[in-house]
Design a protein around this ligand. Sequence first.
Ligand code: 5RP
Length: 236
Amino acid sequence: MSNLIEQAKKTAAYTAVDENFPAHAKVVGIGSGSTVVYVAERIGQLANKAEFVCIPTGFQSKNLIIDNGLNLGTIEQYPELDIAFDGADEVDTLLNLIKGGGACLFQEKLVAVASKKFIAVADFRKKSPQYLGTNWTQGVPIEVVPCAWVKVSADLKRMGAETVTLREGGKAKAGPVVTDNNNFLLDAHFGEIKNVSALHSEIKALVGVVETGLFVNMTDKVYYGNEDGSFECVQK
Ligand SMILES: O=C(CO)[C@H](O)[C@H](O)COP(=O)(O)O
């Protein structure tokens, strides 16, 4: 990974925290991925960090909270959050997202919908010229109950998916990736997605689907870190 990209992620994350962290926040969501590492780092530098609790979106995020000296809570204890920060795999011009590249989409969505404000942080490569599915071509991540993966794969192909792949662990694990919720992941590529809401609803209606990585109309702001060290904030 080039230094420019790492720097872009850090710029996006630090600026997002600096410009949005509520002065009297009590409950804060911390997402997953490599950009959110810098979000947790910045939040960990806040002088009042003992005064709020952080809710993770999975195993990695839980460790980020602990490692940065933040108070750890659960979504069961705190089902209403003041703000949540998370990464994205692709962002369209309406701020809809593809998420789940890191296999954490279900808990990420749970935390996002439970938050009063949801802020995405990303480097410049995540910005789609228009539609989702343009830059992120490995497919929409879809969490499925394990015994349903073959049936759901066939359903997705019937719906028009160009490719459907069961996500596997590669060299790190022979066999499927198992999510933090003990499910499998399918990556289904539909080409450019013109109606994100309709596609999400259609996939979600399939028996066996737990959640899709399409985050429709949930994002308040996106902070992009640019290659030249600047940042861009896009909001609705
Ligand atoms: O959805 C995610 C994990 O499931 C991540 O937020 C997404 O993959 C972005 O990660 P990164 O910041 O490493 O590009």
